[in-house]
Design a protein around this ligand. Structure first.
Ligand code: NOJ
Ligand code: CA
Length: 713
């Protein structure tokens, strides 16, 4: 828009002549209409290629103890602009990301109260983001948000992939249903968790994946969740309108604001091709560039851990069974009788370090190394861990030296037990201790109900805490992988030391009764929209009674599916979660986990359908090697892929790890095949995946002579 027409717009808006404005995405596929209705309430709607995505929906905020910011607005200015810049992430699915959008800034004035509110819309080729802003002004300094009233009016009874709205956990299996069926399916979808607070029979979490009857894929989420509470969505299932539902604190308040302030972005991605939802980088683009200047210490990692054996109940985090309660500083562990199942002991950890060194892993995580695990949750205990005092059988110094001699990084574990104030008290000491003993990455966790008591995992105070821990970690050059923290909203762009989160139902639930076999075909469309997940793949023994006779859980997945996860569940931090002894039983399949990269120059989603399948090809960072991964849903499926992403004129050797003919996630999960082929950019593959199965392919550049003996694909 020229300067002249901009001035004209502002002038007309000033005269009250302009009450509406339309903007289009850079490629013209999306159209966003903005207007004020008769009551002076902001209204927006969204179209994609001529089809309605969001019907006219109102915007506003209900405030505590003062007039709301919902109606009585006039437009004082409308400013349009275009942005187009390409940036390089520190790690990621590709080496460059284009940030290209049209922006509409709507400056609103509520005459009656003389308060200003700005609505900022950014329209990308893959979706819309909008947020509320509150500039510094006389009549709006401090204010408390009672409710945010952002609406998302659906055009019909879409299919939704949803988990129950909850202030404390995201660790649910996804339910696929029509919007009209959410209410009826809510009760059975709320499965048990150590800390949980659901709030409405039609409340769901974001990122929410939807599919319309006319073939549109729509994703609702938020970006840049900073100093505000987490957004859920509540459905009016008669009108089919979602409305934002913020997470309250113990007083029921949603957010405490001080101008200048802004809300996170509310995001609506849309496409007629499901693959575009997975390759969209809109969430990152709506976050600020990196605030960490020197990022050379942030490194993607593949790791193993003293972990699965505790999750399955084969071993314990705790050192003794003698004490039912621990008082840190008073309980004397040197006098306690060891329980014989404590896995975090020096000898055992050294075996893991040896295994990591032998097979080329970057790191080893050890859980249960510090005192306090005897009564670590369920007691609302404040001083539960100090994060610096090891059990008598864990020699920090000896382990540090041994790991160093083997060129293996140790990964620290901080379970906070949700005693968050206690964690903040110890944070500096804990990070200093890490640096002293050579740890550059920490896995943190927030199991159980929050302390200060009564607060919720996703309230504003907790959202602030998770970021505080990440920022402080950056001061110490520490990478963070936070479990049970709020689900990500693209903040890893701004703080790339946030290398992963769990914040969803990860592999651990396969040991707690099992997850749906197609869970992993939904996660990329939901949880991963905000950032990488420490899903902890790589389980080869699905019958967990083999590890612990008292655990009759079954891992609902095939080995080939587990391999595919290293590609489909993108993360710069990838674990090989099973026990070394199980990898030793299947060395040929394990080879794929050893070979696969964790950082990428390019990613191409080849096939995708939420709930059914995801297939992606990725080119390893600074390398000519490619890796392909597929995960499959409930039905047997043959995937047809082309290798046209390969460089013309080059020859490669492809090793295909797939389900054997009779493989099945339940009855025959360990049946896999490995085949080698000669491939080039003209090759095509037709590959069958079993129910709950998948495949993984490594494609390595080769000399023609090397590949000659192999069958051509
Ligand atoms: C839950 C985490 O997700 C899991 O990985 C961890 O082992 C336990 N908490 C104990 O901290
Ligand atoms: Ca967890």
């Amino acid at each position: 828009m020229s300067k002249r027409s901009m001035f004209l717009l502002i002038f007309l808006a000033f005269l009250g002549v302009i009450n509406a404005q339309t903007i289009k995405s850079p490629n013209g596929d999306l159209k966003m209409d903005f207007s004020l209705n008769k009551s002076g309430t902001p209204v927006y709607s969204l179209d994609y290629k001529g089809k309605k995505v969001i019907k006219p929906s109102t915007l506003g905020l209900d405030l505590k103890d003062e007039k709301d910011l919902i109606d009585g607005f006039e437009i004082s200015a409308l400013n349009e602009s275009t942005f187009d810049k390409t940036w390089e992430p520190v790690w990621g699915e590709e080496k460059e990301i284009r940030n290209h959008y049209k922006e509409l800034e709507v400056i609103l004035l509520q005459k009656e109260t003389n308060r200003k509110m700005v609505l900022r819309f950014r329209l990308f080729n893959d979706g819309l983001g909008f947020r509320y802003e509150f500039p510094v002004q006389e009549n709006l300094g401090h204010f408390v948000v009672k409710d945010e009233k952002s609406q998302f009016a659906m055009t019909g009874d879409h299919t939704a992939f949803w988990i129950p709205g909850d202030y404390d956990t995201q660790e649910y299996d996804y339910t696929e249903s029509k919007l009209s069926e959410i209410r009826g399916k809510m009760e059975s979808s709320v499965t048990a968790n150590i800390s949980q607070t659901s709030f409405s029979p039609t409340g769901v979490q974001t990122s929410l994946m939807l599919k319309s009857n006319d073939g549109l894929y729509i994703n609702l989420h938020e970006a840049a969740l900073v100093d505000y509470s987490t957004m859920h969505l509540n459905l009016d299932d008669e009108k089919m309108i979602f409305e934002s539902w913020l997470t309250p604190d113990v007083r029921g308040n949603k957010a405490y604001m001080v101008a200048p302030a802004k809300t996170p972005w509310r995001t609506i991605m849309v496409s007629d091709d499901a693959r575009d939802i997975l390759s969209s980088r809109m969430t990152y683009n709506l976050n600020e560039p990196s605030k960490i200047e020197n990022t050379s210490w942030i490194k993607p990692m593949k790791y193993i851990g003293v972990w699965w054996e505790m999750i399955t109940g084969k071993s314990s985090w705790s050192y003794t069974d003698e004490y039912k309660a621990v008082k840190l500083g008073e309980t004397d562990f040197s006098k306690a009788k060891p329980n014989g199942t404590h896995a975090a002991n020096t000898k055992h950890v050294k075996d893991y370090i040896d295994f990591a060194a032998k097979h080329g892993f970057d790191g080893v995580l050890v859980e249960g190394w510090n005192q306090g695990w005897e009564d670590w949750f369920g007691h609302s205990k404040d001083y539960v861990f100090d994060f610096v005092t090891p059990y008598p059988d864990f020699d920090v110094k000896e382990i540090q030296e041994y790991a160093k001699s083997k060129d293996v990084e140790m990964i620290m574990h901080h379970e906070t037990s949700s005693s968050v104030r206690n964690y903040e008290r110890h944070l500096d000491t804990a990070y200093k201790f890490m640096k002293e003993y050579g740890y550059n990455a920490v896995k943190s966790g927030y199991v159980g109900d929050i302390l200060p008591r009564g607060d919720n995992h996703y309230s504003q105070w907790l959202v602030d805490h998770y970021l505080y821990a990440v920022k402080k970690a950056a001061d110490y050059e520490i990478m963070v992988n936070a479990h049970e923290a709020v689900r990500p909203t693209g903040l890893a762009r701004t703080y790339p030391n946030l290398i992963a989160n769990e914040s969803a139902r990860g592999t651990e639930y396969q040991a707690f009764g099992g997850s749906k076999p197609n869970h992993v075909t939904v996660l990329p469309f939901t949880r991963l929209i905000g950032g990488p997940m420490d899903y902890t793949p790589g389980i080869f023994e699905m019958d967990l009674s083999k590890l612990n006779p008292d655990n009759n859980s079954h891992v609902n997945s095939t080995i080939a599916n587990q391999l595919g996860l290293y590609l489909t569940m993108y993360s710069p931090l990838q674990m090989a979660a099973d026990l070394p002894e199980n990898y030793n039983r299947f060395p040929d399949a394990f080879q794929f986990i050893k070979d696969v990269a964790v950082d990428w120059d390019k990613s191409i989603y080849l096939e995708a359908e939420p709930g059914d399948y995801v297939t992606v090809a990725r080119k390893a960072k600074n390398s000519e090697n490619w890796f392909v991964g597929n995960v499959n849903g409930l039905e047997t499926r043959t995937s047809k892929i082309e290798f046209d992403f390969l460089d013309k004129g080059k020859t490669y050797i492809a090793t295909v790890y797939s389900d054997a003919k009779d493989a099945h996630y339940k009855t025959n999960p360990q049946a896999y095949e490995i085949k080698k082929y000669r491939v080039n950019h003209k090759s095509k593959l037709s590959q069958r995946s079993a129910p709950g199965g998948g495949y993984a392919i490594s494609i390595m550049e080769a000399e023609k002579s090397e590949a000659k003996a192999l069958k051509k694909l």
